[in-house]
Design a protein around this ligand. Structure first.
Ligand SMILES: [Zn+2]
Length: 385
């Protein structure tokens, strides 16, 4: 049996212990101590990492009444070790975990939703609630959670007697066997939890809801606390500064500057399209009228331009017109017939040039393989029907 030092004192970061077991497993070793401050993965909280003497602790799991440390090297059974928990990492997890208690406690009290899923990583955490919450409700939860931080209230952990537990109202109340650990954030939350928490809410630093979405009929929120919230803020600030410099706009005005830029871009696209239409009309007018089938090759025409151009050409020539763009041997095409159905012609052309594509009676589009001279000759020889 391993004595759980983290259970009574979440701030225990170095400790002395003895090695009870050390067994190889794949490239690692599984080490059991008589006591440990390493928190094993559980209750949504990732396991601690750190060192035992000079050996790295990579993962920690609870199996029955033992805590198993996965290490990268062996330790002699019976030897004394000094353990050191990676404190920067653990403290961040404690900030997050305690922040989550407050947020879920406030959401439960105000809107009656229960936490039905919880995942914590070093970057942020997600919480799933079994009810839909709206943006203004979530903003209220965030504001109240931060008030709890400013008020710096104590966070207490206890194992109440069965009678007291029965009478107690708390989140995650289930029929649990054995002693139930109750974590209370004074005035904000009472919850059964085995994780590690800060001693007073001020240590959380800040609570920030980063996003929310509808999830399985409820709400999934993403949040960050303390050091993580600051990191997130830093990242966002860097991005805002970069965009602000690119748009030559004040940071608080980048959204309207981006909107203006998009509008300008749309206007330019429209003007360009109008100018191209004029050019294509002039080009089409350069061909003799009612001269029969016509086939034209142009560099860099977009599918839209190909369509527009071939409709002009078919009206001009009075027969079937084809507009081709691409490179010698591999062409995108548009076909049109001013009077009649272009599809039989399209079918024959596809068959002759390994083509793919089709369309309506008036207009067809696709691609084919072939030299421009062979295609021209095909247009001269082939009838419209
Ligand atoms: Zn907890």
């Amino acid at each position: 049996m391993t004595e759980k030092l983290y259970d009574g004192d979440a701030y225990c970061r170095t400790f002395a212990a003895h090695v009870l077991k050390c067994e190889p497993k794949e490239d690692c070793w599984l080490v059991v101590l008589d006591r440990t401050a390493f928190y094993p993965e559980g209750g949504g909280q990732p396991s601690d990492t750190g060192v035992l003497n000079l050996v790295n602790v990579l993962d920690v799991q609870e199996r029955g009444d033992e805590i198993i440390h996965t290490t990268d090297r062996p330790l002699p059974v019976g030897s004394a070790v000094t353990g050191g928990v990676n404190w920067a990492r653990r403290f961040r997890l404690m900030q997050q975990h305690t922040g989550e208690h407050i947020v879920s406690g406030v959401a439960h009290r105000l809107f009656g939703v229960d936490n039905v899923g919880f995942h914590m990583s070093e970057r942020f955490l997600t919480v799933d609630w079994n009810g839909r919450l709206e943006a203004d409700q979530l903003r209220l939860i965030e504001r109240l959670a931060n008030e709890a931080v400013y008020r710096n209230v104590p966070v207490k952990t206890e194992y109440p007697s069965p009678e007291k537990l029965e009478a107690l109202s708390y989140r995650s109340k289930k029929k649990l066997t054995g002693a139930v650990r109750i974590v209370t954030v004074e005035g904000y939350d009472v919850c059964a939890c085995c994780g590690t928490h800060v001693a007073r809410t001020g240590e959380i630093g800040a609570v920030k809801l980063l996003g929310w979405q509808n999830y399985k009929g409820g709400t999934r929120i993403t949040m960050a606390c303390g050091a993580q919230a600051m990191e997130d803020y830093g990242e966002k600030q860097e991005n805002v500064s970069a965009v602000s410099a690119l748009l030559s706009a004040k940071p608080e005005e980048i959204a309207s500057a981006a909107e203006r830029l998009l509008q300008e871009n749309a206007d330019l696209k429209r003007s360009l399209s109008e100018a191209r239409a004029v050019v294509l009309e002039q080009k089409a007018a350069g061909f003799p009228e009612n001269s029969g089938n016509l086939c034209v090759f142009e560099d860099d025409l977009s599918p839209d331009d190909l369509r527009r151009y071939v409709l002009l050409l078919s009206k001009r020539c009075g027969g079937t017109a084809g507009a081709f763009s691409g490179e010698e041997g591999l062409w995108r095409y548009a076909l049109a017939c001013a009077d009649g159905d272009v599809r039989p012609f399209c079918k024959r052309m596809n068959a002759a040039f390994q083509g793919r594509g089709g369309g309506s009676a008036e207009l067809a589009q696709g691609s084919l393989k072939g030299g421009s001279e062979e295609i021209r000759s095909f247009f001269q020889k082939t009838g419209n029907t």
